[in-house]
Write a protein that binds this ligand. Structure first.
Ligand code: NDP
Length: 337
């Protein structure tokens, strides 16, 4: 099968030459195993840290000379497992390749999907780990309540477009966000239910929050860390809650300027800041899938993906994601579904 390999660890920002598409033999199909043709692959910010040797993440780091992996959605072409017949669509972790041999146990907790319920890309986006991350962060970690004012950063991304819409459906009174550039900000208000949005590159986020949420923020869904987190600490109301989801501004080091002493705001305002890793919260998944499927069916949420075509486009898709080249979920399509 064709696979994307890591050629070398990036020196600074990752570059196209750090990756190569190579041909690798597929292992023979053993008893109980599945031969899966991948149709879509998820492109995730967490891949960035996994390219490094030093930063330890919640899953293994990649090794130069070896294939990458990541979340994908495929169809079973050949099955030696009676309970998973050929033709089954499922999600699993062996992406960044066109074909994969899987043990059924390797499929995601939420494994099989129903293509009648939603288009395939949605199962990696709004109904996938991405939407689930937004749901866990809002419903459990920050505990969004009716009447809350919610602020989401990286709001035009995969998690951010889901979080803004979910926050509203969970009862938030006002939802505001930040994103890179005026086009994304306009889209947030027009298509994703944000009351207001600001371009974090054009003005200090502290000023933008004073304008967008003059009465303060109850919940901050933090996708970027750094200066935006500091701005949120100042905008949060007493008793405010922060779901620490990710730190897009901290890759590469140039954004590591935020002043840790600003955490005094957390003391003064009795804030709760709580980090989370979505996979620790699988017990919430049935509730999430039930509610979001309903919201999709009734047209109350919009799923949005940015899709590139073919395995060869995957490294570029990752670089584009890190640079804000996506709206909604970044995916690579490998074959017609
Ligand atoms: P996105 O679709 O949001 O893509 C990343 C976005 O980050 C880009 O589109 C870009 O948008 C923005 N960005 C890049 N650099 C910066 C910067 N310096 N400052 C501010 N924004 C920046 O990715 P995901 O939705 O997949 O992930 C969003 C966050 O959620 C990430 O931090 C990720 O690590 C985290 N995550 C955490 C999980 C968990 O279990 N805790 C699970 C899944 C994701 P823009 O144009 O606006 O700059």
């Amino acid at each position: 099968t064709r696979v994307v390999c890591l050629v070398r660890r990036p020196a600074g920002e990752p570059a196209p030459g750090d990756f190569a598409v190579e041909e690798r033999p597929l292992p023979p199909l053993g008893e109980g195993q599945l031969l899966v043709r991948n149709l879509y692959m998820s492109v995730d910010p967490s891949m960035r840290g996994r390219l490094e040797s030093t930063e330890k993440h919640y899953t293994h780091n990649f090794t130069p000379g070896s294939p990458l992996d990541g979340r994908a959605l495929g169809v079973v072409e050949e099955s030696r497992c009676p309970s998973v017949p050929a033709g089954t669509f499922l999600r699993h972790q062996l992406g960044w390749r066109e074909w994969a041999v899987l043990d059924p146990a390797d499929t995601d907790a939420a494994g099989r999907i129903d293509p009648e319920l939603a288009p395939l890309p949605t199962w990696l986006g709004l109904l996938g780990q991405t939407g689930f991350t937004a749901y866990v962060g809002l419903a459990r970690i920050a505990g969004v309540r009716p009447g809350d004012t919610v602020f989401v950063s990286a709001a035009a991304g995969a998690v951010g477009t889901a979080a803004g819409q979910f926050a509203r459906l969970l009862g938030a009174k006002r939802v505001v966000g930040t994103a890179g550039g005026p086009d994304k900000c306009a889209l947030l208000v027009k298509e994703f239910g944000y009351d207001a949005a600001a371009d974090y590159r054009a003005e200090p986020v502290r000023d933008a929050l004073a304008r967008m949420a003059p009465d303060g923020v109850d919940v901050y869904f933090d996708n970027v860390g750094g200066e935006q987190l500091v701005a949120a600490l100042h905008a949060l109301r007493t008793g405010g809650r922060v779901a620490l989801c990710g730190m897009m501004s901290q890759f590469g080091g140039e954004g590591r300027t935020a002043d840790i002493n600003q955490l005094i705001q957390a003391v003064l305002k009795r804030l709760t800041l709580r980090g989370f890793i979505v996979r620790d919260h699988d017990d919430l998944r049935p509730e999430f899938e039930g509610r979001v499927a309903d919201w999709l069916r009734s047209g109350r949420v919009t799923a949005r993906e940015t899709v590139t075509d073919g395995l060869d486009s995957a490294p570029q898709a990752l670089l584009a994601l890190l640079d804000g080249g996506n709206v909604g979920k970044m995916l690579v399509r490998l074959a017609e579904d």
